[in-house]
Design a protein around this ligand. Structure first.
Ligand code: FAD
Length: 530
C-alpha cells in the first residue's frame, strides 16, 4: 500500500499551489482532482445569445449559464448542474458557479489579483467583531510577494493604502481613451485612485503555472476524475489517514492514503467534504468540534454597470488595444475603495471597481464591475442535505445564505456610485439594444444586476471553515490547520473569516504558500497505519 506524504484535494488556485510548494519542499504528493484532465477552450469566441443560454439551461447548466463569462466556447469549463447538484431553501437562491477540471476555475477567472489591504487583515481587539483575521498583513506580505513573482502580476506602484503595491511587472500602457477616463474621473474627484488593473499575466497554454512547477519535481502524482468523497480517520489516533475517492467515470470507490491532507477543493466543496467526513471521532464533521463548521459562509456583493459614450468626432477616442485572447475577461483599470470619493453619510462597507472598455462602430462602452464586502454572519450556513445526492451518490451541499440589511444598503450605495462614476467620466448608462458581444455581455449584466442578483453571483464564495485564534469560535488555527484534526489543512477561501472587498484568489494562493511553509517547517506527521 502506498502512503503519500501529502494528499492534496483540488487543483485550482489553492490545490495547484499546495502541490507546487509541497513537492518542491521534498514531499511525495498525490493530487486528487474531481474533474477531467485539462481541456482547453476551443474554437473562436462566440457571444452567449439568449438562444444559447436557453439551450444550455435545458441541457443542465441552468445555474452556470448565469455566469457573465459563460459562452459557447467556454461552457465545457463549467459543471453540469444536474450532476453537481446543491440545494437552497425556498426563496433563498444562491448562484454557485463551478468548474471541474484540472486547474479548476483558473481556466475561467479574469486574472485580476489585488492584495487585501492592511486594514482588511487588521486583527481586531473586539471579540464580538466577526471580521477578525488571525493574521496581519505583515504576516502575509512575503507570501504575496512569492506568488506575484512566480505568476507575474501587472501593476503600477501607486502607494494606495486600500490596495497595497506588490512585486509588479510593468502594466501595458493605457490607451488614450483610458487615460481620458482617468483624467475626467480624477478631475471631478481629486482623491480618487485609479490604477491599472492588477492582472496576472496570461499563459497561452492555460495550464496553471504552479502545476507545471510541481510536475517538474517528479514527486507529484496527479489523479484526475477522482472525487474526494470523505476523509478517512484512524479510529485509534483520531488523525486523518487518507481519502475515500469515487471514480468520476466508473463510480467505483477506492482509498488513497497519506500522512496529511490539504483541502483546496474550493470553499464550499471543502466544507462539504469536511461535513461528509462525519464519523464516530468527529460526529459533526472534521473541524466540527466548535460548532462553527459550515457557518459564516459569504460571497462578495456584486453590481455591474455599463456606460457608453458616443465616439462622435472627438480626437481622443482612438482605438483601444486588443484583448490578449478570446478568453480574456481581465479588466483594464481598478478603483479600490471608491467610498472615499463618494462618501454618503453612513458607511455600510467597502467596495472596489474593476473597469473594462470595448468599442462598437460608433460608441465606447465601459463596464464597471463592483465588488463589495459582505458581512460575515453565523446564520449564513452550509449544511449537508440528507435528502439528495449528486450523480456519484455523494450527499450534496445545502446553501442557506442571504444578504443582511447592511449588505443591501451597501449594494444600493454601489449602484449609486455606478451612476456617479459614469457621470464623472462623462458617460451615459448604456442602451441595451446593441448586438456587439461585449455590449450585450455588459448590458445583460447590468440588466440582471439592477434587479439584484442572489449571493454567489460575484463568484467569490468563501467561509465555512474560518481561521481564528479561538478554537471555540473557529475551525482552523492561524496556520490553516484544523483545530481538532491536526493533519488536515484547508487553504481555499473556506478559511476566510471574512472577505474584504479585494478579489480573493491572490490571497488564497498566498495563504496556501504560507500553510505549506508551515507544514514543511514545523509539522512532522506521524505515519498512520493503513
Ligand atoms: C468567470 C470567473 C471570473 C473570475 N474572476 C476572478 C478574478 O478576476 N479575480 C479573482 O480573484 N477571482 C476570480 N474568480 C474566482 C476564482 O476563480 C476563484 O476564487 C478561484 O478559482 C478559487 O480557487 P480554488 O482553488 O479555491 O477553487 P477552484 O479554482 O474552483 O478549484 C477547485 C478544484 O477542486 C476540484 N474539486 C472540487 N471538489 C472536489 C472533490 N470532492 N474532490 C476532488 N477535487 C474536487 C474542482 O474540480 C476544481 O478543479 C473568477 C471566477 C470565475 C468563474
Amino acid at each position: 500500500m502506498v502512503i503519500y506524504d501529502a494528499i492534496v484535494i483540488g487543483s485550482g488556485a489553492a490545490g495547484s499551489w499546495a502541490a507546487k510548494e509541497l513537492t518542491e519542499g521534498g514531499l511525495e504528493v498525490v493530487l486528487l482532482e474531481a474533474g477531467r484532465a485539462v481541456d482547453l477552450p476551443s474554437g473562436p469566441p462566440r457571444p452567449a445569445g439568449r438562444a444559447f443560454r436557453l439551450w444550455a439551461r435545458m441541457r443542465g447548466q441552468h445555474i452556470q449559464a448565469r455566469c457573465f463569462a459563460f459562452a459557447p466556447h467556454t461552457q465545457h469549463l463549467y459543471v453540469n448542474d444536474r450532476q453537481d447538484v446543491y440545494t437552497t431553501p425556498a426563496g433563498k437562491p444562491f448562484t454557485w458557479i463551478r468548474g471541474r477540471q484540472l486547474g479548476g476555475r483558473l481556466h475561467t477567472w479574469a486574472r485580476h489579483a489585488p492584495r487585501i489591504s492592511r486594514e482588511g487583515l487588521l486583527p481586531s481587539d473586539d471579540p464580538a467583531d466577526e471580521r477578525r483575521w488571525p493574521i496581519s498583513y505583515e504576516e502575509l506580505a512575503s507570501y504575496y510577494d512569492r506568488v506575484e513573482r512566480t505568476l507575474g502580476v501587472f501593476g503600477r506602484r501607486d502607494g494606495i493604502p486600500e490596495s497595497p503595491d506588490g512585486e509588479f511587472l510593468d502594466p501595458p500602457p493605457l490607451t488614450p481613451f483610458e487615460e481620458e477616463f482617468c483624467r475626467r474621473v480624477t478631475a471631478g474627484s481629486p482623491t480618487t485612485h485609479i490604477t491599472p488593473a492588477r492582472n496576472v499575466q496570461p499563459h497561452p497554454a492555460r495550464i496553471p503555472v504552479p502545476l507545471a512547477f510541481a510536475t517538474r519535481t517528479g514527486r507529484l502524482r496527479i489523479e484526475t476524475d477522482s472525487i474526494a468523497r470523505r476523509i478517512l480517520i484512524d479510529a485509534e489516533t483520531g488523525k486523518a489517514k487518507g481519502v475515500l475517492v469515487v471514480d468520476r467515470n466508473t463510480k467505483q470507490e477506492r482509498q488513497v492514503f497519506g500522512r496529511l491532507i490539504v483541502l483546496g477543493a474550493s470553499a464550499f466543496e471543502s466544507v462539504r467534504i469536511l461535513l461528509n467526513s462525519a464519523c464516530p471521532s468527529y460526529p459533526a464533521g472534521i473541524g466540527g468540534g466548535a460548532g462553527v463548521l459550515g457557518h459564516f459562509i459569504s460571497d462578495h456583493l456584486a453590481h455591474s454597470a455599463a456606460a457608453s459614450v458616443s465616439v462622435g468626432r472627438e480626437p481622443l477616442l482612438l482605438p483601444m488595444s486588443e484583448p490578449v485572447d478570446a478568453y480574456d475577461w481581465a479588466p483594464r483599470l481598478y478603483i479600490p475603495d471608491l467610498w472615499k470619493r463618494t462618501a454618503p453619510p453612513e458607511r455600510f462597507g467597502r467596495y472596489g471597481v474593476q473597469v473594462s472598455f470595448a468599442r462598437t462602430r460608433d460608441t465606447w462602452l465601459c463596464n464597471m464591475s463592483f465588488r463589495g464586502e459582505m458581512m460575515p454572519r453565523y446564520e449564513n450556513r452550509l449544511t449537508i442535505d440528507p435528502s439528495r445526492t449528486d450523480a456519484w451518490g455523494i450527499p450534496v451541499a445545502h446553501i442557506d445564505c442571504t444578504y443582511s440589511d447592511g449588505d443591501l444598503r451597501l449594494l444600493q450605495q454601489m449602484r449609486e456610485a455606478g451612476n456617479e462614476l459614469a457621470a464623472l467620466a462623462g458617460m451615459e448608462l448604456a442602451d441595451p439594444k446593441r448586438e456587439n458581444w461585449f455590449k450585450s455581455l455588459a448590458l445583460s449584466i447590468v440588466k440582471k444586476q439592477s434587479l439584484g442578483v442572489p449571493p454567489g453571483s460575484a463568484i467569490h464564495e468563501n467561509g465555512g471553515a474560518r481561521m481564528g485564534n479561538d478554537p471555540n469560535r473557529s475551525v482552523l488555527n492561524k496556520n490553516n490547520q484544523c483545530w481538532d484534526c491536526a493533519n488536515v489543512f484547508v487553504t481555499d477561501a473556506a478559511c476566510f473569516p471574512y472577505a474584504p472587498f479585494a478579489n480573493p484568489t491572490l490571497t488564497i494562493m498566498a495563504l496556501t504558500v504560507r500553510t505549506c511553509d508551515y507544514i514543511l517547517r514545523e509539522y512532522s506527521p506521524r505515519p498512520c497505519d493503513g
